[in-house]
Design a protein around this ligand. Structure first.
Ligand code: C2E
Ligand code: MG
Ligand code: MG
Length: 691
């Protein structure tokens, strides 16, 4: 079977056409042929069919090779055009070849026909390929010109020979300014030497490099790009150029950095947060171990931060934290870490110290820094700090243990009066263990009936009659030991156990008073101590109301003793609670007056009925004239505010006389009676009423 060949034949003679086709068939072709002899016929043949070659007679009655060539040009097709003719003048042939014919053959010697057709077809094919390649190049260069990513092409040394408009726009440099520079010239200081070395060695070895680049614009601004640098090779396979394609990732980087910041830093103070602190602590423990040094961990807690927050609002609280953070940072060296790990809690890490001395110095500096008043929103306030210090590896070698130790030591500093620091010691640990044991035992104490109440009489100074009794809690432990409240009330407060215990005290006391009615004065009052923690539970007033209803006790006979601290943290909530209790008809008493910071004017704002002067002033009246005057003033002012005054801790006749002379209303103390069990109280009251 012959090779297919589509021939458009421009020929008026059928015989000549026959001869031609036969010649092609002889050379192994199986031509498909269409013969045209006019211009319109040729036009429609070109428009409708696909051809491999045009073979044209030179001269025809109604047509000519000249015209046929023109029609082919018009059609836009690039087909081999070969003229077949008899004798023609040489000049005419040249003219035709100049105007686009590819070859000229004599009709009488067709031996050259097939080689000529084949050659011309090959060349036409080459021309077609080149055209489409050129088209592609044009397309590519437009694509690069208009590309939304930066593109640079460099020579084999990496010197810029081309950059696209996007590159110019992003970098701020025009091609003219940067031609011949190394393409890495934009890299900012943030791009390390190491990274550049890897980049060059990768691309010089003919491999592609990808990575993130931190660059600097012409105007100095920093921007991030994700770059791909690819080596280009010539036809022989030798490295000839590099092409650099870069995508602006500044937005993504900014977002990532923000996320990273949020994950590792505290928003209010911009200090590292707990997460980052743990990381740094872990690192410094490892390093300290390697260099046989120690790591100091300081736990810093602001004293009474909550009060500031409650009274002045969160805005002021945040401002205070920021200033506190500055003062802490100012107290340490640059290599140290100051982190905010909770509400008002900070941790300082001193890596690589040789002893506790360094930590002690920092602690002193912190205390000193907090000795100055804070100026917050036009308000001057004093907020001190308490610190706990622990050392690794002496006190522990993992972050959790160290942080717990520092926290415990900080707790000690608070317990000892705040505004100081304490080192963690094994003693602290032991105390914590004991506390834990007490806590466990206390949880079951109420259920096992180990709690009891003692009563201490309070007498009128004018008549000597028992006007009231104060209920004081005791814990009779299983081993028979009688624990005073100081040893377990703070734990009960910390754990919240004070709430059910307090409720039990209240109910027992009211019931007891009703029982005592059988023996004496029906106007006898009972004073019950209430801890701030109880007051803060939402339904305290409801509990009081219920107990009064259940026992049928006249509310005026119940007095609730509150310490001054409750006035210090007085939020609008507790003011509301005071008011509701007052509305119930219950009496309110301020206990241990003079030990806190409240002034008498504070009391004016709250519905108090009674003021109890703290024992510490009474016991000094004999020896200290200042205390006597103080007591005198308190009594006078309290009376001015229509408060009844009780002197606590009266132990001697002299003290009794002194307060009586100063017009104090009531007295309580060992001189009158120690706190006693309810049976002993019963006897006491009977004896008194008999007097
Ligand atoms: P407080 O309310 O100031 O109670 C008076 C304390 O002074 C009692 O100590 C009492 O025994 C003691 N005291 C009375 N007269 C004298 C005296 O002449 N000399 C001396 N040196 N001390 C005297 P207690 O019973 O150990 O109670 C201590 C504190 O425990 C109480 O101080 C009160 O704040 C708290 N507390 C007692 N019972 C309860 C309770 O049921 N609930 C709550 N939340 N706290 C309670
Ligand atoms: Mg009391
Ligand atoms: Mg008291």
């Amino acid at each position: 079977m012959g090779k297919p060949l589509r021939v458009l034949l421009v020929e008026d003679s059928k015989d000549d056409a026959e001869l031609l086709l036969r010649a092609l068939a002889r050379d192994g072709y199986e031509p498909v042929c269409s013969r045209v002899e006019t211009a319109p016929a040729m036009r429609s043949a070109l428009a409708d069919g696909e051809w491999d070659v045009v073979l044209s007679d030179y001269h025809m009655p109604r047509f000519s090779a000249d015209l046929a060539l023109e029609i082919l040009r018009e059609s836009g097709r690039d087909l081999p055009f070969i003229i077949l003719s008899g004798v023609v003048r040489a000049e005419d042939v040249v003219l035709l070849l100049k105007s686009g014919a590819h070859d000229f053959l004599n009709k009488d010697s067709l031996a050259r026909l097939v080689p000529a057709i084949e050659r011309e077809m090959r060349e036409a094919d080459t021309r077609r390929r080149r055209r489409s390649a050129e088209h592609l190049v044009r397309l590519l260069s437009v694509a690069v010109e208009q590309s939304p990513v930066s593109v640079a092409v460099t020579d084999r040394e990496g010197r810029i020979s081309y950059v696209n408009p996007k590159f110019e726009q992003v970098s701020g440099y025009s091609l003219a300014e940067i031609e011949g520079k190394l393409f890495t010239f934009l890299a900012s200081e943030q791009v390390g030497e190491q990274m550049l070395r890897t980049l060059w060695s990768t691309i010089e070895s003919g491999r592609e490099w990808r990575g993130e680049f931190c660059n600097r614009r012409k105007d100095g601004q920093i921007f991030w790009e994700y770059a791909t640098v690819a080596p280009l090779k010539d036809q022989a396979g030798a490295l000839s150029h590099f092409v650099v394609v870069k995508e602006d990732i500044t937005t993504r980087r900014a977002y990532e950095e923000k996320l990273l910041r949020q994950a590792n830093y505290d928003e209010v103070t911009t200090l590292p947060n707990r997460l980052l602190m743990l990381d740094r602590l872990q690192q410094s423990i490892v390093l300290a171990h390697r260099y046989a040094r120690q790591t100091a961990v300081l736990h810093v807690d602001l004293d009474r931060f909550k009060t500031v927050n409650d009274i002045f609002g969160h805005g002021a609280g945040d401002e205070l934290l920021r200033v506190a953070a500055e003062r802490l940072t100012g107290s340490v060296h640059e290599a140290d870490t100051v982190a905010r790990v909770g509400g008002d809690e900070f941790v300082i890490i001193l890596p690589g110290v040789s002893s506790g001395r360094a930590a002690e110095k920092v602690a002193h500096r912190v205390l000193e820094a907090f000795g100055k008043p804070f100026q917050i929103h036009d308000q001057e306030m004093f907020v001190t700090a308490s610190l706990g210090i622990t050392l690794a590896p002496t006190d522990g070698d993992n972050p959790q243990v160290l942080l717990r130790n520092a926290d415990l030591a900080m707790g000690q500093a608070k317990e000892h009066g705040r505004n100081q620091f304490r080192f963690f010691t094994s003693g602290i640990n032991q105390r914590v263990q004991e506390r834990l044991q007490i806590e466990t035992a206390l949880r079951g104490a109420l259920g096992r009936g180990e709690l009891l109440i003692h009563y201490q009489p309070i007498v009128a100074l004018d008549s000597g009659r028992v006007k009231a009794i104060e209920a004081l809690l005791r814990w009779q432990r299983a081993d028979g030991e009688l624990l005073p409240p100081a040893q377990f009330i703070p734990i009960a407060e910390d754990t919240g156990l004070i709430v059910p215990i307090g409720e039990w005290v209240l109910a027992s006391v009211c019931a007891e008073l009703r029982r005592l009615d059988a023996f004496g004065d029906h106007a006898l009052r009972v004073a019950v101590n209430v801890s701030p923690r109880q007051m803060r539970t939402g339904d305290f007033v409801t509990v009081v109301e219920r107990v009064l209803t259940e026992t049928g006790l006249d509310p005026a006979r119940l007095e609730l003793e509150l310490t001054e601290s409750i006035l210090m943290d007085a939020s609008s909530d507790s003011v509301h609670t005071f008011q509701r209790l007052n509305d119930l008809g219950v009496r309110l008493s301020i206990d241990d007056f003079g030990t806190g910071y409240s002034s008498l004017s504070y009391l004016q704002r709250y519905p108090f009925d009674t003021l109890k002067i703290d024992r510490s002033f009474i016991c000094e009246v004999e020896s200290n004239a200042h205390s006597t005057r103080l007591v005198e003033t308190i009594i006078a002012m309290a009376h001015g505010l229509e408060l009844e005054v009780i002197a606590e801790g009266v132990e001697t006749v002299a003290q009794m006389n002194m307060i009586r002379d100063r017009d104090c209303d009531l007295a309580q103390g060992y001189h009158i009676s120690r706190p006693v069990s309810s049976e002993r109280l019963e006897a006491y009251l009977l004896e008194k009423s008999g007097e």
